[in-house]
Design a binder for this molecule. Structure first.
Ligand code: 5AD
Length: 347
């Protein structure tokens, strides 16, 4: 198995069969072998630098009904909110003072936030903070809408593909959502000129080793600038309430494999990873991740953006905890960087 990791390190690709082998046979020794190589790859490109992004969860209204997600339309128990322009700009002001130079606007697919309103918001943020990067994470949009956001000044766009297998995609989403549309949106975003992020959950219901291998191969083929990977965590008010959460070890293994496949990719150690294990975020960095995304949302709404149960929103997960986050990163030999942290292809 170590030979396969060596091969991945050299060639940055493996066959689907080899990936399935690795995924099925992973064990603590192989994990460590992979993580050492993944961290070495991260250090070659990024040194000890860890980039931070201030996450602003600006609306939890959503027209979609994804079976795994706590803010799905059918969840009548979700306490809905949307931030005003002024509130979003207030988050940016606070974040800027703390040293954030990337803001991530994340939200459900909220019809109130029309293209016009979104473009106004993007414009306002970019005018006030021209030295900052703005990332959108607002779901599937048309080519024209994405182009409008780009023209308004947005720099990056996160849209997880969720799973690269069509049948699996159907098991996680209602019939109105299909993988081909999501894929098309990802390719549109790239063509428009965004730095783009895709990604998937580890341990989502019905997921197999073949699915994970397909996710990795899709990521390799799409060659995004960013990749978001976190464990699935059940939410009590969704159809998947009784499903088990994804495993820490498998999530870390995926992070390590992605780092070897795309050595210069921007790879966050996600909130979900921090939620399933108290050391999750640090372990993510030690498996090859190089980005953390502390929460900048106003405290009064922070416990309402609940995609899954027990989601962390305080402590090191919160932007207020930046000092602690800096310390915990220093303990593992890393340092938080305050510039925009753009993708820099170096390989
Ligand atoms: N567990 C883990 N991640 C989730 N997401 C949504 N619901 C869950 C859940 N229950 C992830 C999806 C989405 C991102 C914003 O959050 O992958 O793309």
């Amino acid at each position: 198995m170590k030979a396969l990791i060596d091969q991945l390190e050299t060639n940055r690709i493996l066959t689907k069969e080899d990936l399935v082998q690795l995924i099925m046979q992973r064990n603590p020794e192989l994990d460590q072998y992979l993580f050492d190589k993944a961290v070495a790859a991260r250090r070659r490109i990024y040194g000890n630098d860890i980039y931070i992004r201030g996450l602003i969860e600006f609306t939890n209204y959503c027209k979609n009904d994804c079976f795994y997600c706590g803010i799905r339309k059918s969840n009548k128990n979700a306490a809905r909110y949307r931030l005003t322009f002024e509130e979003v700009l207030g988050c940016c002001a606070t974040g800027y003072d703390w040293g954030f130079r990337t803001f991530v606007l994340q939200g459900g697919e909220d019809r109130y936030y029309s293209d016009e309103r979104l473009c106004d918001l993007i414009n306002a943020i970019k005018n006030k903070y021209p030295d900052c990067a703005l990332t959108l994470s607002i779901g599937e949009k048309s080519y024209a809408s994405c182009q409008a956001y780009f023209n308004a000044g947005a720099d990056r766009y996160l849209l997880r593909h969720e799973t690269a297998d069509e049948r699996h995609y159907e098991k996680l989403h209602p019939a109105s959502m299909v993988l081909s549309t999501r894929r098309q949106c990802l390719y549109d975003l790239k063509r428009i000129g965004f730095q783009v992020g895709c990604g998937f959950m580890v341990g989502s219901p019905y997921q197999t080793a073949e699915h994970l291998a397909a996710d990795l191969l899709f990521i390799k083929e799409f060659a995004p600038e960013m990749v978001g990977i976190g464990p699935f965590i059940p939410h009590h008010d969704t159809p998947f309430a009784q499903e088990p959460a994804g495993k820490l070890e498998m999530t870390l293994f995926m992070l390590g494999l992605v780092r070897l496949m795309l050595p210069d990719v921007l790879l966050p150690s996600t909130t979900a990873l921090g939620t399933i294990d108290p050391q999750g975020r640090e372990l993510g960095i030690l498996a090859g991740a190089n980005v953390v995304m502390p929460n900048l949302s106003p405290l009064v709404v922070r416990n309402k953006y609940l995609l899954y149960d027990n989601k962390l929103c305080t402590g090191d997960e919160a932007a207020e905890g930046l000092e602690n986050l800096k310390k915990s990163m220093e303990k593992i030999g890393c340092r938080i960087i305050v510039h925009r942290g753009d993708y820099k292809p170096k390989s």
